[in-house]
Design a protein around this ligand. Structure first.
Ligand code: SAH
Ligand code: SF4
Ligand code: F3S
Length: 445
């Protein structure tokens, strides 16, 4: 009997990569691999990469530098290591990855990773570098095996992939391909399976999840709101979320779902990117600042306590200080519970990379610092507003201190509380007693 091969998977980037890594692990485990947390002990190392900003992509290459040493150390002990680069850097750079990092044996794109075990076998037996960055016709998800056994209480479920929006700064339409939605029946089946394994909260994922239009059992395309309503009918599935949404696809029925569907958590991640209409047009966002405000108003009318989250970019090419002020104005007007903010990063192959008037690094850094100060104060205020309230918390994992569990509030805040491990997977009322920028503390009532 050969010894079980071990695989180490490291994930960069967005939640879709987290989901994909899980699916890759499942497929390798079904082929006889065991997962390890220690790269030095791994017969196969998979980096599931992100290409969204330059820094994200560069991190991968510095990691590959470390892996090169590790691989040669293992080699001197007579052990083989297959190094795979998966995900969006693989898709964007293809064979260039081999040129920049010869340590890599395998390059596999986000639409081809169901073939990972077979590709690894080829790389191993033929002792050559292997690449697969196709967008195959076959359904990747249908070809992936499922993991058995219990799971943590909250899970991701990708329902939509790719993007046709072509924002001028963004690589996603190139790395993930055109927008596709998984059929309703497939999503329902996966959700039932997750719930059977102990999952109580599902976050539906997609680069443009609210553009979901999967084939329904009635032969018609179903919208996200219809899919959410169907999922809400699954017994023991207590919480639903979805991310990420584009303002253009925020339709009436989805807004109404926030009023009428108790399982749908009061949280919405809705990127606006910039507060200036001129910049929004240059970004090809196809919405204005006031369109965004109108959506926020309607969502809040449907669900007054909703926590809003967003993504913002500073220093898009040509952004003036006045235009940046409009970003700050929009943030002040909305009031966010959470936000992710970034310095614009020119990505090769995207239209914005060639626009004149790239903003100097120090100006971008200054704008980002000012924006983050404002966003942090809003986040602190939102969290502090929870003190004294009793909120339902779904306990998901053990805390760092013994006797402590960590869970999530309906507003996606991390909540720490003293509780027995037996309460993992349960939703309990917690009285919030303390609040920081990034988490809450409370007492189970
Ligand atoms: N599909 C999602 C998010 C995609 S990427 C959406 O459309 O909202 C996540 C975030 O990264 C984006 O919302 C954007 O704020 C940021 N981002 C994307 N490309 C970027 C770039 N070239 N430079 C800086 N930030 C970028
Ligand atoms: Fe990128 Fe825009 Fe598509 Fe979001 S909507 S993934 S930012 S192109
Ligand atoms: Fe990054 Fe690809 Fe996600 S570029 S943000 S990992 S879709």
């Amino acid at each position: 009997m050969p010894e079980t091969r071990k695989v180490f998977i490291k994930t960069y980037g967005c939640q879709m990569n987290v989901y994909d890594s899980e699916r890759m692990a499942e497929s390798l485990v079904s082929q006889g691999y065991a997962e390890t947390e220690d790269p030095g002990d791994a017969d196969m190392i998979v980096l599931n990469t992100c290409h969204i900003r330059e820094k994200a992509a560069e991190k991968v290459y510095s990691e590959l530098g470390r892996i090169r040493q590790l691989k040669s150390a293992r080699q001197s002990e007579g052990k083989e290591t297959i190094v795979a680069v998966a995900g969006c850097v693989a898709q964007a750079e293809g064979a260039e990855v081999f040129a920049r990092a010869p340590v890599v044996d395998l390059v596999v794109g986000p639409q081809a990773y169901h073939r990972l075990p077979a590709l690894a076998a080829t790389a191993r037996s033929e002792r050559r570098q292997v690449i697969d960055t196709e967008f195959p016709d076959e359904d990747k998800f249908a070809g992936l095996p499922e993991r058995k056994g219990p799971r943590p209480a909250a899970a991701f479920l990708t329902v939509q992939e790719g993007c046709d929006k072509f924002c001028t700064f963004c690589v996603v339409p190139y790395t993930r391909g055109m927008e596709i939605s998984r059929p309703v029946a497939q999503v329902m089946e996966e959700a039932h399976r997750l719930v059977g394994q102990g999952v109580r909260e599902i976050t539906l994922l997609g680069q443009n999840v609210n553009a979901y239009h999967g084939d329904g059992p009635d032969g018609r395309p179903w919208s996200l709101s219809k899919l959410l309503a169907e999922l809400a009918g699954i017994e023991r599935l207590e919480r639903l979320r979805y991310t990420t949404s584009h303002p253009l696809d925020m339709d009436d029925a989805l807004i109404e779902a926030h009023r009428g569907l108790p399982e749908l958590m009061p949280y919405l991640h809705l990127p606006f990117q910039a507060g200036s209409d001129r910049i929004l047009a240059a970004m090809n966002r196809k919405h204005t600042a006031s369109d965004y405000l109108r959506i926020v108003e309607r969502v809040r009318e449907a669900r007054p306590d909703i926590a809003l989250s967003t993504d913002v970019i500073v220093g898009f090419p040509g952004e003036t200080d006045e235009e940046f002020q409009q970003t700050l104005d929009l943030v002040r007007e909305v009031g966010f519970a959470q936000a992710f903010s970034f310095k614009y990063s020119a990505r090769p192959g995207t239209p914005a990379a060639n626009i004149d008037g790239q903003v100097p690094e120090d100006v971008k850094a200054d704008r980002l610092a000012r924006l983050q100060e404002l966003l942090q104060s809003q986040q602190s205020r939102f969290n502090a507003g929870c003190i004294g309230k009793i909120v339902p918390v779904l306990f998901e994992k053990l805390g760092r201190r013994a006797g402590q569990l960590i869970g999530r509030s309906p507003y996606l805040q991390a909540v720490h509380a003293e509780a027995q491990p037996g309460l993992l997977g349960r939703i309990l009322p917690v009285e919030i007693s303390g609040a920081g920028v990034n988490s809450l503390a409370g007492i189970v009532r």
